[in-house]
Design a protein around this ligand. Structure first.
Ligand SMILES: Cc1cc2nc3c(=O)[nH]c(=O)nc-3n(C[C@H](O)[C@H](O)[C@H](O)COP(=O)(O)OP(=O)(O)OC[C@H]3O[C@@H](n4cnc5c(N)ncnc54)[C@H](O)[C@@H]3O)c2cc1C
Length: 166
C-alpha cells in the first residue's frame, strides 16, 4: 500500500517508520525545509542556535521501546549525558543554576522558600506515581473501548490522580 504522511515531527517520522516496517511504501511530506517538526533547530547567521521545541529528554522508556520495536537500542544512535548544572534560569535581577541531583535541588528550593524542598519531594513522589500508573494503565492500552480503563486499581487511584479537580 502507498501511504502519505503529512509532517516530519516525532509523530510523522515514527508513524512512517512503523508503516514502512509493515511493508508499505511511505512518503513523508513536510512544509518546512527541515525535518523534525518542533524538534528542529533555528540557526541565525551570527551562529546562535535555538531549539524550536524540546530541550528535555522526557519519557525515555517510550523512546527505548520505539527503538526496540526495530531491533535497536537507544545507545546504538546517541549517548545521553546528564548535565550539571542541568540549566540556568536568568531573571532580570538573578541567575540560578539548576543542579543535577534531587538533593541539591531540594536544598536550592529550601533556600528560596523554607519548606519548599519538602513540597518538591512530595510533588516528585506524586508525579512518579502518576507517571507509572499512567504509562502502565492508560497510555499503553490500545484505546478500543472505555472498558479497558475500568479496573479496581484505577478506581482506587482516582483521588491520587487528582482527576476530580476542576
Ligand atoms: C517550546 C516547546 C518546548 C517543548 N519542550 C519539550 C521538552 O523539553 N521535551 C519534550 O519531550 N517535549 C517538549 N515539547 C513537546 C514536543 O516538542 C512535541 O510534543 C513534539 O515535537 C510534537 O511532535 P509532533 O510530530 O506531534 O508535532 P510537530 O513536531 O509539530 O510536527 C508536525 C509537523 O507537521 C508539519 N506540517 C504541519 N502541517 C503541514 C502541512 N499541511 N503540510 C506539510 N507539513 C505540515 C509541520 O511543519 C511539522 O514539521 C516542547 C514543545 C514546545 C513547543
Amino acid at each position: 500500500m502507498k501511504i502519505a504522511i503529512i509532517g516530519s515531527g516525532f509523530s510523522g517520522l515514527s508513524a512512517a517508520a512503523y508503516a514502512t516496517k509493515n511493508g508499505n511504501e511511505v512518503h513523508v511530506f513536510e512544509k518546512h525545509d527541515q525535518a523534525g517538526g518542533r524538534a528542529r533547530q533555528f540557526c541565525t547567521p551570527q551562529g546562535y542556535v535555538f531549539d524550536m521545541g524540546p530541550s528535555w529528554y522526557w519519557m525515555p522508556d517510550i523512546i527505548e521501546r520505539f527503538f526496540a520495536d526495530f531491533g535497536y537500542k537507544q545507545t546504538d544512535f546517541f549517548e545521553l549525558v546528564s548535565l550539571n548544572p542541568q540549566f540556568e534560569m536568568i531573571f532580570s535581577d538573578l541567575k540560578m543554576n539548576l543542579p543535577e541531583s534531587l538533593d541539591d535541588l531540594k536544598s536550592l528550593f529550601e533556600k528560596i522558600e523554607p519548606s519548599a524542598g519538602k513540597q518538591l519531594e512530595k510533588f516528585m513522589q506524586s508525579a512518579k506515581f502518576k507517571y507509572e500508573v499512567g504509562m502502565q494503565d492508560f497510555v499503553n492500552k490500545p484505546c478500543h473501548n472505555w472498558s479497558e480503563f475500568i479496573s479496581p486499581k484505577i478506581a482506587k487511584s482516582v483521588l491520587k490522580f487528582d482527576l476530580l479537580y476542576f
